[in-house]
Structures are given as structure tokens and as C-alpha cells.
Design a protein around this ligand. Structure first.
Ligand code: XMP
Length: 511
């Protein structure tokens, strides 16, 4: 159990995760819980934050939880809707705003508050995003700051460690937002800044030992960051009782199966590489429809994984690389599409007949924290910086039917592209990159010969989470050289195009 927890009560704002990230960046542990299902044991939390919300305090069925166990009993910081609801709950008045309260604004202090505003100067830029406003402060409310359009931009309740702000401290447009969060959490609520990757490793290893004991755990490695970090954590906790399975579906990148397997073995992991390429190829024969391909790949994966897991005698647990955004999604106020996300994310959905208990060592941390935790355990930087790669692999980058020859062509193309990005210092500037093999031939000329060969599309995107993405403006010289290399070196390809579509409306993968 973490000693210095911060509770974030979520009212459904798109920024709630961002609040949690900012708090974690301060080396403070926090958890998001939906307002309508708060944790029972409030004594585990040293401070509480109330998030924003798309709702209005005045709407028909607004989030109106009872705050009486929190307000005045714990340090409380309410943000945006949270600030409005706190006012409403405590005897104030919230109404429709007369002016547009969206975008940048500048703070002017009305009352001094040494701790809350320490290090923040008058005029500091903040980000507003609301259509309601606090017309009358709650009982014992004390206005602390205003902006040009928002009279009650910040207030506190006298005699309590209760603060509220109508702007969003978690977004970068609020230039001193992080300082404000730090002032509240550290100076006012006295929360210790002890949440570090090392402390996470230490507490997680201990918790895993307690939970799993001497029982065996099976884990499907994918070569990606999450499953690798989960494996190394479990290995630290239970050693040889962790049995990893790394399946070659025949749709991995060039040499990936052998390279990554070697790397895993070098890390001391107890890992079995299973080459099931032929099984996957057989199942994919003649299938062209994208969803049918995904389903076939997922089904065979489960079959192979299950066969292997059954060979591990007395395996009681299945470990998964689920990370915090997936968890938040599944418990969020809005109840996100967690089921589908998880079946993508993990080992393709768990067949009921496996009857294993689930252990998820990363379920409380964000992607960037997974990387920091991995680095603190000495995992190779290159492995931690790998681009995301979809579970169905090149199978969803070969449009139309899949053959071994097409896989070979795409592996060569992809390797030239990815190695080129690395050699030119571009790999780490791109969130994800890859190549697609299109189901069309085009006419070309090589020497004096007419050719009629395949077209490939290169794709490189910027993103933070894959939900939205934009194509990367790669240097023309780089694209020119890459295109030449591909056409000269990969037999069967005579044309290269670059994908300049953003997501939405396109997606990152073509299928
Ligand atoms: P799309 O194509 O939906 O991709 O824009 C968003 C991100 O998800 C990855 N992706 C997958 N990952 N199994 C996975 O593990 C899948 O079936 C799958 N489909 C897409 C994609 O590579 C990108 O990072």
C-alpha cells in the first residue's frame, strides 16, 4: 500500500488522466476513482482532487456526490466543474456564464495566499474551459484570484484546507499549473514526494511475492515495452516460477523473433520461443477481409498460447501487461469501450477454459512510467524505446490476402525504412512507423525493361496514445533515399508512396 496517496475523484472530464499524470510527475502517487464509486477506505488518501466534467451543475442529472466525508476533513482541491460543484454543495450559486470562458486568461490575485500561490506571479496565464460560472461563493468562501472574465477564478473556504480553481492547472497552457498543484499537494497537504520508479519496483515486487507466493505464472511476451517490463518485474519477484511464452506468428518484423528472443534470454528470463508461423499462415490462407484476418490471427494465437500454457504444470496465474489508461477506461464515469481495447492490448482476450487467475503488475501506471520503471530495472534503452507494433503484426499491413512471399517483401521494405530512421536520428522523433504492402501492381521501368510490380506505402506518425495521430513531416532527402533503397534492393517493388493522412479520419494501420 502506498503511504501518500492522492485521490482524484473523476467527474468524467477528458483531462482527468492529465491531472493524474501531472501529480505523478511530482513523484506523488495518485489514483483516479469515479465520483459515483469512490474508494471505501478514505484514510489511505492524504488529499483529494475533484476533476472537471462535461456536465453542468445545473443539468438534469448532474454528478452530485456527497462530499461531507471529504470537505473539511482532508485537504481538497477542486478543479473546474469540481470547483463549481464544491460551491454548489457548500451554499454558493452556480449559473450560466454571461461571457465566453474558454481559452487563455491571466490571473490577478485578490487575496494573498502564501502557500497556494508561492512562486506564481500576478498575470500568470491559465486555461479556462467552461460555460457555467460561480456567481456566488459558498459559505465562508474567500475569493483568491480573478481573471478578466471570471470573478471567482480561485477561492478557498476559510478555516479549511479546501481550495478551488475554475481553470485547468493540468494543461500546459496554464503555465504555472504544475507549480500550483505542487503548492497544494506538498505545502498545504504535506504529501511526500516519494513516488519514483525505484520505489514502485520495490513495492510492486513485494506485493507480487505476497500475491503469487510459490505458484507459477505464465506470461505472453510480445517484444513490446509493456509485456517486457511486466515480465522483468515478475522475474524479480518470483524468478523461475515465471514462464514466458514468445510466439512467432510469422508476421513479425525481419529477424525479430530471433533477435528479441536472444535479448530476452540475455535478460535472464525463463522464456520459450514458439515458432507457429505455419499454423498462422495456414489459418490465413485465402482470407482478405481485415476483420476476418484479425479474428483468425487472434484465434490461432489463443490456441498456440493455450497449448503451451498447458505444458507448464500447475500454472495458476496469467500475467498481463495491462496499463493504467486501460484500467481507467474500464472504470471511468463514462464506462469506456474497455473490453475491445483489452482484447487488442493483451493476449487476444482470455479464453474461459484457461481458468487462470490474472496478475497485472503495471495496472496502476502510465506508459511513460512503464518506460521509466523499465529503465530503473536496467532494461535496454533501445528495447524500451521501441515503436508500438500491432498484435496481428504485418498481417494488417499486407492489404488483401497474405502469402509468405508478401511477408518477405514487406519485412525487407520495413527493415530498410526503420533502419533508415534509426541511422538518421529520426526513429525516436516518430511515435510509430511502418510500411504497408498494397494489393496493386504498377508499371515501371528498370534499365530497359518494363516492370509490373508491387506498390508500398510508408507511414510515420506522431501521437501520444494512438487515439489521434498526425503524419510526420520526414525530410524529403530521407524519403528520397529510402525510396531509392527500397526499389533497388527489394525485388518485387517498383513504387513507393508516403501516407500523408491524419487520424482521424484515417487510422494508423491500413486495416
Ligand atoms: P489504428 O490503426 O486503430 O491503430 O489507428 C492505433 C494503434 O493501435 C495499434 N493497433 C493494434 N495493436 N492489436 C494491437 O495490439 C491490434 O489488433 C491493433 N490494431 C491496431 C496500432 O499499431 C496503433 O499503434
Amino acid at each position: 500500500m502506498q503511504q501518500h496517496n492522492v485521490l482524484i475523484l473523476d467527474f468524467g472530464s477528458q483531462y482527468t488522466q492529465l491531472i493524474a499524470r501531472r501529480v505523478r510527475e511530482l513523484n506523488i502517487y495518485c489514483e483516479i476513482h469515479p465520483y459515483n464509486n469512490p474508494p471505501k477506505e478514505l484514510e489511505n488518501f492524504k488529499a483529494v482532487l475533484l476533476s472537471g466534467s462535461p456536465s453542468s451543475v445545473r443539468s438534469e442529472d448532474p454528478p452530485h456526490p456527497d462530499l461531507s466525508e471529504i470537505r473539511g476533513k482532508k485537504p481538497l482541491l477542486a478543479v473546474c466543474y469540481g470547483a463549481q460543484y464544491l460551491a454548489h454543495f457548500s451554499g454558493g450559486l452556480v449559473g450560466q456564464s454571461n461571457t465566453r470562458e474558454y481559452g487563455r486568461a491571466n490571473l490577478s490575485f485578490v487575496k494573498e495566499d502564501e502557500l497556494f500561490f508561492e512562486g506564481i506571479s500576478a498575470g500568470s496565464q491559465v486555461w479556462m474551459s467552461h460555460s457555467d460560472t460561480i456567481k456566488e461563493l459558498p459559505t465562508n468562501g474567500l475569493r483568491l484570484a480573478s481573471t478578466h472574465d471570471v470573478e471567482n477564478a480561485a477561492y478557498r473556504i476559510e478555516g479549511e484546507e479546501t481550495y478551488a480553481i475554475q481553470f485547468h492547472p493540468e494543461v500546459y497552457h496554464s503555465t504555472d499549473g504544475k507549480q500550483l498543484l505542487e503548492n497544494f499537494l506538498v505545502k498545504i497537504a504535506n504529501v511526500a514526494q516519494t513516488w519514483t520508479p525505484d520505489s514502485f519496483v520495490e513495492s510492486t515486487v513485494a506485493a507480487l511475492q505476497e500475491k503469487v507466493g510459490n505458484e507459477k505464472v505464465v506470461l505472453g511476451l510480445s517484444g513490446g515495452v509493456d509485456s517486457t517490463v511486466a515480465a522483468v518485474l515478475l522475474h524479480k519477484a518470483i524468478g523461475e516460477n515465471l514462464h514466458c511464452i514468445f510466439v512467432n506468428n510469422g508476421l513479425l518484423r525481419k529477424n525479430e523473433f530471433t533477435d528479441v528472443l536472444k535479448q530476452y534470454e540475455g535478460m535472464g528470463l525463463n522464456v520459450k520461443g514458439v515458432d507457429a508461423s505455419d499454423r498462422f499462415m495456414d489459418a490465413l490462407t485465402g482470407i482478405t477481409e481485415p476483420e476476418a484476418k484479425r479474428k483468425a490471427i487472434g484465434r490461432v494465437f489463443i490456441e498456440v498460447f493455450d497449448d503451451e500454457a498447458h505444458q507448464i504444470e500447475d500454472a495458476k496465474w496469467l500475467a498481463q501487461g495491462t496499463i493504467y489508461p486501460d484500467v481507467i477506461e474500464s472504470v471511468s464515469v463514462n464506462g469506456g469501450p474497455s473490453a475491445t481495447i483489452k482484447s487488442h492490448h493483451n493476449v487476444g482476450g482470455l479464453p474461459d477454459f484457461m481458468k487462470l487467475k490474472i496478475v497485472e503488475p503495471l495496472r496502476m501506471i502510465f506508459k511513460d512510467e512503464v518506460r521509466r520503471v523499465g529503465a530503473s530495472m536496467g532494461i535496454d534503452k533501445e528495447l524500451l524505446g521501441r515503436h508500438p507494433f500491432p498484435g496481428p503484426g504485418l498481417g494488417i499491413r499486407i492489404l488483401g490476402d497474405i502469402t509468405k512471399e508478401k511477408v518477405r517483401i514487406l519485412q525487407e521494405v520495413d527493415a530498410i525504412f526503420i533502419n533508415g530512421l534509426k541511422e538518421n536520428g529520426l526513429y525516436d522523433k516518430v511515435w510509430q512507423a511502418g510500411a504497408m504492402l498494397l494489393p496493386v501492381n504498377s508499371v515501371g521501368v528498370m534499365g530497359d525493361e518494363r516492370t509490373y510490380e508491387k506498390v508500398v506505402a510508408l507511414r510515420a506518425v506522431e501521437s501520444t496514445d494512438g487515439m489521434t495521430a498526425d503524419w510526420v513531416n520526414l525530410p524529403y532527402e530521407f524519403l528520397q533515399k529510402t525510396s531509392n533503397d527500397i526499389i533497388n534492393k527489394v525485388k518485387g517493388v517498383n513504387r513507393v508512396v508516403y501516407d500523408i493522412s491524419s487520424k482521424p479520419p484515417a487510422t494508423i494501420e491500413w486495416e
